[in-house]
Design a protein around this ligand. Structure first.
Ligand SMILES: Cc1cc2nc3c(=O)[nH]c(=O)nc-3n(C[C@H](O)[C@H](O)[C@H](O)COP(=O)(O)OP(=O)(O)OC[C@H]3O[C@@H](n4cnc5c(N)ncnc54)[C@H](O)[C@@H]3O)c2cc1C
Length: 475
């Protein structure tokens, strides 16, 4: 089995019976635009660009296979940005935050339409998202976000009673929550493979097993790979967590893991407990739990930030690939959340890197201020829906179109949000320890200690930053 096939249940499912032939770049070539990275960001950018200008010549280089990164191994929640409205408002101001949140909700619908128009069988289901509490301390975590939206007469969430929350989530562990009806679930690797097919049909060249090894910042830019070079007028870096190889991006990004386990198919059990409604669910702890069901009746249950591994400097290595080393712990959490499923078997597990920005929102910009090297990263574990917009933003930046995308506040100059090494590495460990302790205290009904609270405040923001949390507040 090739290495990338170990990456996820989703990817295996998407590759089985599908065309897996690929072209590697051997020799030198030219392109108007070279996109580095064949995940959702790279593929949507290429497709949006082609829609805007069919004559444009695009080459995508992907170090592995399209969808082998987090795009093909995520939880498949297609969320809007309403859950991050508080931070969006702080960054962009109310008017633009409302526009972007609405556009992100529209993007969910557009992804569904794109799948049906292009016959992508990605199991897109728009059954909504429950933002839940699974302990007393989590109750109301969403209130600052709802209050921020209400200032603009926006009411994207419905308040459910605790009975409704328990009934529709299939477990009484969920004691409170709010529901947004826009979000969807998807089989993410099928979407990535579908995007790849559409991109090829549009005449976009895709070179897989072709990593960028060096970026030569000349005019035109030279993208070096092991066996060739792409000479391009413009380059788009769409490499998500791997962006930390560039010092300029590393100062605004840290990489943490997310780990998922998938049960065997248990459609009858899901029906029995009442969780056969397609709902996607996240709780409100710092190391978030997120779960959804699949068309063949499994639960895919994930936990953010679990493995505690931190890359030193700019090299991600292999620490975020393959089966999850923590599948037992994640399984315990699944069974804690769903005590009635304590006997189900786990079929597979996998892990992947998350590109956390300090405020939880992605950023877009020009490397070294050069208009011919453009990047987008920092989706912070919420990229399946937002990469559609990321692709819009990047395509406007490439085409130098001065529109609401290229001028939005997500296109911004980066400051230093995280310290340099070695403080970054050791500090990250201390902050993570505090976050684990904070979640544990809250599960046990204790108030976290002052030191725990102090260090936890340095963690990057999740949905609503908690009171006093430093990250996510800065403009
Ligand atoms: C376990 C897990 C669960 C998640 N769950 C959700 C979820 O439920 N909902 C949600 O919205 N988001 C989720 N996310 C986040 C989401 O998957 C990402 O935000 C999104 O896929 C980002 O897409 P991307 O194209 O920017 O990055 P990627 O999918 O990582 O694509 C980047 C690509 O660049 C390639 N690359 C890297 N370096 C090089 C190089 N040197 N040369 C060439 N190519 C290179 C990589 O191989 C990769 O394919 C999850 C992430 C993980 C890991």
């Amino acid at each position: 089995m090739e290495d990338y096939r170990k990456n996820s249940h989703w990817l295996n499912e998407a590759l089985d019976g599908n065309n897996t032939e690929h072209t590697e770049l051997i020799g030198n070539t030219t392109a108007d635009i070279c996109i580095v990275g064949g995940g959702f960001t790279g593929l949507w950018t290429a497709i949006h660009l082609k829609n805007e200008d069919p004559a444009i010549d695009i080459a995508i280089i992907e170090k592995d296979t399209c969808g082998a990164g987090p795009s093909g191994r995520n939880g498949g929640f297609v969320l809007s940005w309403w859950g991050k409205f508080l931070t969006l408002e702080k960054l962009c101001g109310g008017e633009e935050a409302v526009r972007l949140a609405k556009a992100s909700a529209e993007a969910v619908k557009k992804i569904g339409e794109f799948c049906s128009e292009n016959h992508i069988n990605a199991a897109f289901r728009q059954d909504g998202w429950l933002w839940a509490a699974t302990n007393q301390a989590q109750i109301g975590a969403w209130e600052p976000t709802l209050a921020a939206a209400e200032k603009y007469q926006e009411y994207p969430f419905e308040r459910w009673t605790s009975e409704e929350v328990a009934k529709k989530s299939g477990s009484e562990r969920h004691i409170s929550g709010v529901f947004e009806d826009v979000p969807a679930s998807i089989q993410p690797a099928q979407l990535a493979r579908g995007l790849r097919r559409v991109a090829l049909q549009k005449g976009i060249r895709i070179y897989e097993k072709t990593p960028l090894t060096r970026l030569q910042k000349e005019k035109p830019v030279k993208v070096h790979t092991p066996q060739g070079t792409v000479i391009a007028q413009k380059v788009v870096l769409a490499i998500n967590a791997w962006s930390i190889r560039f010092a300029e991006l590393r100062k605004s990004l840290i990489v943490v893991s997310s780990d998922i386990v998938a049960t065997e198919p248990i459609p009858n059990k899901l029906k029995e407990i009442g969780y056969d409604n397609g709902l996607t669910i996240s709780d409100s702890r710092m190391l978030v739990h997120y779960y959804r069901t699949t068309v063949d009746g499994r639960i895919a249950f994930g936990k953010g930030g679990m493995n505690g591994l931190t890359p030193y400097g700019g090299n991600l290595g292999k620490m975020f690939d393959g089966p999850s080393r923590l599948s037992n712990d994640v399984t315990e959490w699944l069974k804690w959340t769903y005590p009635k499923l304590k006997d189900v078997k786990i079929d597979s597990s996998w892990t992947g890197p998350i590109d956390r920005s300090s405020n939880g929102l992605p950023f877009f910009g020009y490397l070294d201020g050069r208009e011919d090297i453009i990047y987008g990263a920092g989706y912070s574990g919420n990229g399946v829906g937002p990469t559609y917009l990321g692709g819009r933003i990047l395509s406007s930046m490439v085409l130098e179109t001065k529109d609401e995308w290229s001028t939005c506040r997500l296109v911004r100059k980066l400051g230093r949000d995280f310290p340099p090494e070695p403080i970054r590495y050791f500090g990250g460990k201390i902050v993570r320890k505090a976050v684990v302790a904070r979640d544990k205290a809250e599960d046990e009904g204790r108030i976290p200690g002052a030191l725990t609270e102090y260090f936890a405040k340095f963690a990057p923001a999740g949905l609503s930053p908690f009171k006093g949390q430093k990250a996510g507040i800065k403009k």
